[in-house]
Ligand binder design. Structure first.
Ligand code: HEM
Length: 458
C-alpha cells in the first residue's frame, strides 16, 4: 500500500473544472455509462484521477474515488448534500415514500431516532434463531449432487427472514403477498436506464398503470397489518412492534403513513443486499479451495454438529472475514449518490450546487493504493492491524456517516449465521461451464445466477 497517496496535500481552490470524459454534445456520457457502467467507472478513475467531472444529458455529475473526498461528502460536510436525484424519482417516492432511505432533513432525523431502538444489538440478537431456523429449513430439502441456483435460493431465504423479522406474528398469505408484489414492483429498478431517472418518467404507459395498481395493493395489505397490530397493542418481538412502540421526546409516535413507508423501506433495503452478499460469498468460496478448507475447519472447531447461535459470532472470525472480503469485492450497493445543495469545494475544485456526486465502493474498494493485490480474494487480510491502518472511507459497503446503513449489524449477523449453517452441512461446487457475470443494476447482481452442485460434507 502506498501511504503517501492516501493523504492529499492541501491545495488552493482551482477555478477550472475537474477533468473528465467529454461525452457527446446532447447525451453527455449517458451512452457510455449505460453500455458498461462498471468499466466506465473504472476508466474514469484511470484516465482522469480522483475527482472526475461529466454530464449525463443536462445533469452535471462528479465521480469521487479518494477516501478523503468520500469522507467529506458522507460525513464532514454531509449537511451540504441530499440524496441524489435518482432516489427522488416518482417511482421511488411512490414505493417507499419518506422512509429512512429517501427522507431528508428533520423528517429523516426524527425517523432515524425513532427506528434506532429496533436495531439495537440486544434486540437484533433475538432474530438469530429465526435466521438459523429458516436456513436449516431451506437446506433440509437439498439432495446430494443436485444443481441449484444459489442466488435464487439466497433471495428466497433472505426474503423469508426479513418478513419474519418484520412481522413475526403475521406470517400469513397477506405477508407472502407483500413479498411477491414487491418483487414485481421493483422490476423497473433492475435496469441501468439512467435516462428513466433523469426524465423522472411520468408518461402514462401500461407499465405505469400496473405499477400504481401494485403499489395500491401493497398499501392496502400493509395498512391492514398495521391496524390489526395497533388494535392488539402487543409486543410481538418483531421490528414492526418496535416501530409501533417508538416514542419521540414529546411523546409523539409514527403515523400509519410513516410506518408504512418504513416497513416497505426495511423490506426492500434488507432483503436483496443481504442475498447478494451471500450469493457472491458462495461464489468466492467456491473459487478458492484453500479459503473453503479454512472456513470448514473453523466451523468444525467452533460448532461441531451443534447449530450456530448468536454467542458463536465472536469465534467465527474467518467466516466474518469472508463476509467482509465478499463485501469488498462484490459490494451489493456498488455506488452511492448525493446532490450538492450549495456550492462547495471538493479535492481542490469549486463544485456548483445541483451537482450529482457519486462515490463507488466498486472502485475505491479495489484501489491498489489501499489494498495489496486488490483483485484477489484474501479474507485473511482483515486483521485488526489492517483495519487500523486502512483509511476508514476506503471501505464503505454499508456507507458511512449519519446516513450509514441502520441494518449493518443485522446484515452481518445474518450473513455469518447463514454461511455457517449451510457450510456446516454442505459444500457448494461451482458448475464449471455456467457463466457468472455481473449485472450492475440498482445493486450488483449475478446476471445468469450462480449455479452450484450440492455436496454433503462427510
Ligand atoms: C449486506 C447487506 C446490506 C448492505 C450492503 C447495505 C448497504 C447500505 C448502504 C450502502 C446504505 C447507505 C446508503 C447511502 O448512504 O445513500 C444503506 C442504508 C440503509 N440500509 Fe442497508 N444494507 C444492507 C442491509 C440492510 C438491512 C438488513 C436493513 C434493514 C433490515 C437495511 C436498512 C437500511 C436503511 C433503512 C438504510 C437507510 C439509513 C438512513 O439513511 O438513515 N440495510 N444500506
Amino acid at each position: 500500500m502506498n501511504a503517501t497517496l492516501i493523504k492529499r496535500p492541501t491545495r488552493t481552490v482551482r477555478s477550472s473544472r475537474p477533468p473528465g470524459p467529454k461525452g457527446s454534445p446532447i447525451m453527455g456520457v449517458m451512452r457510455e455509462f449505460n453500455r458498461d457502467s462498471l468499466g466506465f467507472i473504472e476508466r474514469c478513475a484511470r484516465d482522469h484521477g480522483d475527482v472526475v467531472w461529466m454530464r449525463f444529458l443536462y445533469v452535471p455529475a462528479l465521480f469521487l474515488y479518494h477516501p478523503n473526498d468520500i469522507e467529506y461528502v458522507l460525513s464532514t460536510n454531509s449537511k451540504n448534500f441530499i440524496k441524489s436525484m435518482s432516489l427522488r424519482s416518482n417511482f421511488f417516492q411512490r414505493l417507499v415514500g419518506n422512509g429512512l432511505v429517501t427522507s431528508q432533513g428533520e423528517e429523516w432525523k426524527r425517523q432515524r431516532r425513532l427506528s434506532q431502538p429496533a436495531f439495537h444489538r440486544d434486540r437484533i440478537a433475538t432474530y438469530a434463531s429465526t435466521m438459523v431456523e429458516y436456513t436449516q429449513r431451506l437446506i433440509s430439502s437439498w439432495r446430494e449432487g443436485e444443481t441449484r441456483d444459489i442466488h435464487r435460493d439466497m433471495m428466497r431465504l433472505t426474503l423469508e427472514i426479513v418478513v419474519r423479522c418484520l412481522f413475526s406474528a403475521d406470517v400469513s398469505n397477506d405477508v407472502d403477498e407483500v413479498g411477491t408484489t414487491l418483487k414485481e414492483l421493483v422490476k423497473p429498478f433492475a435496469s441501468q436506464a439512467t435516462l428513466k431517472w433523469i426524465l423522472n418518467n411520468r408518461l402514462p404507459t401500461p407499465y405505469h398503470f400496473r405499477f400504481h395498481a401494485l403499489a395500491a395493493k401493497i398499501d392496502k395489505i400493509v395498512y391492514r397489518i398495521i391496524a390489526d397490530r395497533r388494535a392488539t397493542e402487543r409486543d410481538e418481538g418483531d421490528l414492526l412492534s418496535m416501530l409501533l412502540a417508538a416514542h419521540d421526546e414529546d411523546g409523539s409516535q409514527m403515523s400509519d403513513r410513516q410506518l408504512r413507508d418504513e416497513v416497505i423501506t426495511l423490506f426492500l433495503a434488507g432483503h436483496e443486499t443481504t442475498a447478494l452478499t451471500l450469493a457472491w460469498a458462495w461464489y468466492l468460496i467456491g473459487k478458492h479451495r484453500e479459503a473453503e478448507e479454512k472456513f470448514h475447519a473453523e466451523l468444525d472447531e467452533v460448532l461441531g454438529d451443534r447449530k450456530p447461535e448468536m454467542t458463536d459470532l465472536p469465534r467465527l472470525r474467518y467466516t466474518e472475514q469472508i463476509a467482509k472480503e465478499s463485501l469488498r469485492l462484490y459490494p451489493p450497493a456498488y455506488g452511492l449518490g448525493r446532490e450538492a445543495i450549495d456550492d462547495c469545494e471538493i479535492g481542490g475544485y469549486r463544485i456548483p450546487k445541483g451537482t450529482q456526486v457519486f462515490m463507488f465502493q466498486w472502485a475505491t474498494q479495489r484501489d491498489p493504493r489501499f489494498y495489496d493485490e486488490p483483485l484477489e480474494f484474501k479474507p485473511e487480510r482483515w486483521t485488526d492491524e489492517f483495519i487500523g491502518r486502512l483509511p476508514k472511507y476506503a471501505y464503505f459497503p454499508f456507507g458511512h456517516g449519519p446516513r450509514a446503513c441502520i441494518g449493518a449489524s443485522f446484515a452481518m449477523m445474518e450473513i455469518i449465521l447463514v454461511l455457517a449453517t449451510m457450510g456446516q452441512k454442505f459444500r457448494l461446487e461451482l458448475v464449471r461451464d455456467h457463466p457468472v457475470s455481473i449485472l450492475p443494476a440498482m445493486s450488483l447482481r449475478p446476471k445468469e445466477g450462480i449455479q452450484v452442485r450440492i455436496e454433503r460434507r462427510s
